[in-house]
Design a protein around this ligand. Structure first.
Ligand code: ADP
Ligand code: MG
Ligand code: MG
Length: 252
């Protein structure tokens, strides 16, 4: 079982401290939800884990099975088994979804051990069917002209094709209607198991009706201020965040 450990993580953007000491341990087989009001640093946590250059880690550690993730380049982090789903996926002109996925899979494999074309197509078809994605998406340029919902489905398709050790999904639910939400959740639930761990960042409890988290963490002002189980997200749904602020003596 792989373990992703985040210890006392401090992150700055343009010299401003956003994360102020985040501790979180994620094991394969577990699904953790990170919730919290807007602007509290949830995306910053995801970006720092993946190594976005704008996010400067000033203190703390990120370890994947004891290896120092902060020393790795972005592509090395992906190689090591980390996957980041983006809140705003980018369009890539000139590369079809299918080509992109195949080279992404192969970039995680040794030379000579590339995925066989037939195997690839079979896996792609199966996963696209599971996610109710139109066959023709495979031959379209990645994310170009995709609707918001199609981009999100495509992110999950990437996740299912790459089978990373850990998937970090930042607001994968934003802008999705109920049908798309159900499908996206179905993909994540299919991956669920002892070979997959996930950090699901969401502003809303709604997603967690479809994907039952093992742990729920609340982030406020750059820190995880409360952790619990599913009941925590349910309480947030009915009562909002004010009671936590009161508990912590924060007034704003
Ligand atoms: P969340 O995902 O919880 O909504 P973010 O991590 O996106 O929060 O943002 C945390 C804080 O960092 C906010 O105050 C936001 O304004 C600031 N911030 C985020 N991204 C940038 C950026 N690229 N440049 C400057 N400030 C940023
Ligand atoms: Mg935000
Ligand atoms: Mg965010």
């Amino acid at each position: 079982t792989s373990v992703l450990e985040i210890k006392n993580l401090h992150v700055e953007i343009d010299g401003k401290e956003i994360l102020k000491g985040v501790d979180l341990t994620l094991k394969q087989g577990e699904i953790h939800a990170v919730m919290g009001p807007n602007g509290t640093g949830k995306s910053t946590l995801a970006q720092a884990i993946m190594g976005h250059p704008r996010y400067e880690v000033t203190q703390g550690e990120i370890l994947l099975d004891g290896e120092d993730v902060l020393e790795m380049e972005v592509d090395e982090r992906a190689q090591a088994g980390l996957f980041l789903g983006m809140q705003y996926p980018s369009e890539i002109t000139g590369v079809t979804t299918s080509d992109f996925l195949r080279s992404a899979i192969n970039s995680h494999r040794e030379e000579g051990d590339e995925i066989n074309l037939m195997q690839f197509i079979k896996k792609l078809d199966k996963n696209m069917e599971h996610l109710e994605i139109d066959q023709d998406m495979a031959t379209r340029y990645l994310n170009e002209g995709f609707s918001g919902g199609e981009k999100k489905r495509n992110e999950i398709l990437q996740l299912m094709m790459l089978e990373p050790k850990f998937g970090i999904l930042d607001e994968i639910d934003s802008g999705l209607d109920i049908d798309a939400l159900a499908v996206v959740s179905k993909g994540i639930n299919k991956l669920r198991g002892e070979k997959f761990g996930s950090l699901i960042i969401t502003h809303y409890q709604r997603l967690l009706n479809y994907i039952e988290p093992d742990f729920v963490h609340v982030m406020m002002r750059g820190k995880i201020v409360k952790s619990g189980g599913k009941e925590l997200s349910e309480r947030l749904e009915t009562e909002g965040y004010d009671w936590i602020k009161e508990e912590l003596g924060i007034d704003d």
